[in-house]
Design a protein around this ligand. Structure first.
Ligand SMILES: [Cu+2]
Length: 450
């Protein structure tokens, strides 16, 4: 349960020797040995932390703005813009009191800048193109330098041609740890950037002109089931830092234990302002920190806007719930290849059609709902992942532990297959069972419970 200091020193030592330009996969903890053990390093789901080098007491980072090839989930790639090979860009992690020097090289076809969202700094370091500095032209490298006078969860993003540059993936987290340690020791510290993309079905470049009808809703630029689970050991104190640079507010909901909201992009809140929630809105341009004590299980963690837990779908479609569509769909598909009707009995059947492969959407387009759990289809996409808490994980082990082995007698189960079962209290007479209400056979072999 305790974070291993030995492990920490090992990483810190590696970081001190890190070559100047490490690739994305060579991420090492960015921390000075003097602060070893004070806090856990941030773990960016599906992402990485930018290594730094110490130069005369200054932490030097180097961000490169560039076009990249990004995969949202297997089966869907796009030409995006990001930093150092990824979107979101690498997380910058430092400690209150640090002096940081950040080089920004522009390898984009147009000018850019970086704004350090929420960070207290001199006006000329604020990164607003035209206001606080000249734009960084293609091929140029600018340097930002300031001392970190606060701690909390912050972000970085361009303040130049923002609508385009944000829409195609330019963003990152900037985490500052308190120099005196945390009021409550944190065992696992996760960072997630929320975003939305107009990657229209069949296309390969996000459309920056869209204001509302986005196709993909992402955590660290991934959609479920490609978003890694948040892993913890029972009893650990976990923090999840969420940033939102999308164009929608996201009510992020966690199943299982309540969490306390302990801070925003203005910094950590005094303990007297912490509040208990199970859903917290992360407004556009805001960050929020959640903390909770991990309880064993597999707990869904997702945006509560239900269309934000789905992938690309047509929005301007007639409501066909309860409508017999037999024969119509094949007629329409003669005119519109790939047309998929909204289900007659709901949309849940959609995943069966796409998983089985008899329904195929346009190329480079993910199914609206994806992902399988131990009991069947999850019928999710977009901003959905799972907090997986187990009793027997080693500190710092972030590997997916698989599905939760539920203790015997703790899983909801079927008690009757008769629609007329029992004598429930009701207002008004029963309308009679729907014409084709027939219980589908249950495949018990897929179920895993102890
Ligand atoms: Cu949302």
């Amino acid at each position: 349960m305790k974070f291993s200091r030995r492990h920490w020193f090992g990483l810190a030592g590696a970081s001190a020797l890190a070559p100047w330009a490490l690739g994305p996969r060579a991420a090492v903890a960015s921390e000075s040995p003097a602060l070893a053990g004070v806090h856990a390093p941030v773990h960016t789901l599906n992402g990485w932390t930018l290594p730094y080098r110490m130069v005369d007491g200054v932490k030097e980072f180097h961000l490169v703005a560039e076009e990249i090839e990004h995969e949202f989930a297997p089966g869907c790639r796009a030409r995006c813009w990001g930093y150092n090979g990824t979107t979101p860009g690498p997380t910058i992690e430092a400690v209150e009191g640090d002096r940081v020097r950040i080089y920004v090289t522009n390898r984009l076809p147009e000018h850019t800048t970086i704004h350090w969202h929420g960070i207290i700094l001199p006006s000329g370091m604020d990164g607003v193109g035209g206001l606080s500095q000249p734009h960084i032209q293609p091929g140029e490298t600018y340097v930002y330098e300031f001392t970190l006078r606060q701690h909390g969860t912050h972000m970085y993003h361009p303040h130049a041609d923002e609508m385009v540059q944000l829409a195609v993936g330019m963003m990152g987290m900037f985490i500052i740890h308190p120099k005196d340690g945390e009021p409550e020791r944190i065992d696992r510290d996760y960072a997630i950037m929320l975003h939305n993309w107009a990657l229209h079905p069949g296309t390969y470049r996000p459309d920056p002109s869209v204001l509302q009808d986005f196709d993909l809703w992402t955590m660290n630029s991934k959609v479920f089931p490609a978003i890694a689970p948040l892993v913890a050991r029972t009893g650990e104190r976990v923090r999840i830092r969420l940033g939102n640079l999308s164009m929608w507010n996201h009510p992020i909901h966690m199943h299982g234990p309540r969490f306390v909201v302990t801070g925003g992009d203005g910094g950590r809140w005094p303990k007297s302002q912490w509040r208990s929630e199970v859903t917290e809105i992360i407004g556009v341009g805001q960050t929020r920190d959640f903390e909770f004590i991990a309880e064993p299980g597999d707990w869904a963690f997702h945006c509560h806007m239900s269309h934000h837990t789905m992938n690309a779908m047509g929005h301007e479609i007639p409501n066909t719930l309860g409508v017999d569509q037999s024969g119509i769909e094949s007629e329409i598909r003669k005119l519109l290849p790939g047309y998929m009707a909204m289900g007659e009995g709901g949309m849940g059947e959609h995943q069966n059609h796409t998983d089985s492969g008899h329904m195929r959407g346009p190329e480079n387009t993910l199914a609206m709902m994806m992902g399988n759990g131990p009991f069947g289809n999850l019928e999710m996409g977009g901003m959905f992942t799972v907090v997986k808490v187990r009793d027997d994980l080693a500190a710092g082990d972030y590997r997916d532990p698989g599905w939760y082995p539920n203790p015997k007698g703790t899983v909801s189960s079927c008690v009757s297959r008769d629609p007329g079962f029992g004598a429930p209290h009701r207002r008004g007479p029963p309308p009679g069972p729907p014409a084709d209400m027939k219980a589908a056979p249950v495949d018990h072999s897929k179920m895993k419970h102890g």
